[in-house]
Design a protein around this ligand. Structure first.
Ligand SMILES: O=P(O)(O)OC[C@@H](O)[C@@H](O)c1c[nH]c2ccccc12
Length: 267
């Protein structure tokens, strides 16, 4: 039986083959946004007055949750996140499994000055060119979906284009085998993408193995200020949060309240 991750990757391979057959790399490189100088997500997380960074995610649905929120406009969500004091935003662009699109990324770019992470299952250089052409500042690479060679090649290309990389790992092996790749942020996913179970303790265990010149992010399943307090004490600088905000009618307000709670708790 195929895991969900394997199914998603198989679908991505088909998508990339189809899309690149009608829109060339060169056409993507000619787009207006390709000339834009990207923002630094890692700098915003390290240097902000809060002492921690929240990457607030736009997510309508996921394989583990059929519907989180289908009724909001991405412009309102992003304006709310920016106003709340988030350090960046993660925009799901996968359509088949998460209900997002590159159009979402474009609308987000037009709405906000926050650094934007293209959140997708990137397996090919073509998708990195797309990310830049649609206004991303950073991309996600998922170690569990890539070989060590792919992580190195794809993150090198991103770097050459001025995009930062958040490398997602789930265990020590994935972390250690990719430490020579040029990435600015490493995210420990609390959710196992193969079986979709959440375990915050996973991040706590891996934190000390991440080199200190790399920004440390804890991802997924975070829904309380107390969880951030623990993770922050373990050395994490940033926190990627989707569902806890997106399940409300006003994700920006939820993010604001959350950031206030965390600030009180950790100072
Ligand atoms: O909604 P949550 O549990 O706060 O999680 C956000 C984010 O970490 C999660 O969406 C995510 C982490 N890694 C991914 C890889 C692909 C798609 C989605 C993800």
């Amino acid at each position: 039986m195929k895991t969900i991750l394997e199914k998603i990757i198989a679908q991505k391979e088909r998508e990339v083959a189809l899309k690149s057959s009608i829109v060339s790399n060169h056409q993507l490189e000619k787009s207006e946004l390709f000339k834009r100088a990207p923002f630094s997500l890692s700098e915003r997380i390290k240097n902000n007055s809060l002492g921690f960074g929240i990457i607030a995610e736009h997510k309508r649905r996921s394989p583990s949750k059929a519907s989180i929120n289908q009724s909001l406009h991405i412009q309102d969500v992003l304006a709310g996140y920016e106003n709340a004091g988030a350090s960046g935003s993660s925009i799901l662009t996968d359509n088949s499994f998460f209900g997002g699109s590159l159009e979402d990324l474009l609308l987000a770019r037009a709405t906000t000055q926050l650094p934007l992470l293209r959140k997708d299952f990137i397996i090919d250089e073509y998708q990195i060119l797309e990310a830049k052409a649609y206004g991303a500042d950073a991309i996600l690479l998922i170690a569990a979906a890539l070989t060590q060679q792919q992580v190195f090649t794809l993150s090198s290309l991103a770097k050459n284009l001025g995009l930062e990389v958040l490398l997602e790992v789930h265990n020590l092996k994935e972390l250690e085998q990719n430490l020579d790749a040029p990435v600015q942020l490493i995210g420990v996913n609390n959710r196992n993408l193969k079986i979709f179970e959440v375990d915050i303790d996973n991040s706590l265990l891996l934190a000390k193995h991440i080199p200190n010149d790399i920004v440390k992010i804890s991802e997924s399943g975070i829904n309380s200020a107390k969880a951030i307090q623990k993770l922050h004490a373990a050395g994490f600088n940033g926190f990627l949060i989707g569902e806890h905000f997106m399940k409300t009618n006003t994700p920006g307000d939820a993010a604001q309240k959350f950031i206030e709670e965390v600030t009180q708790l950790i100072h």
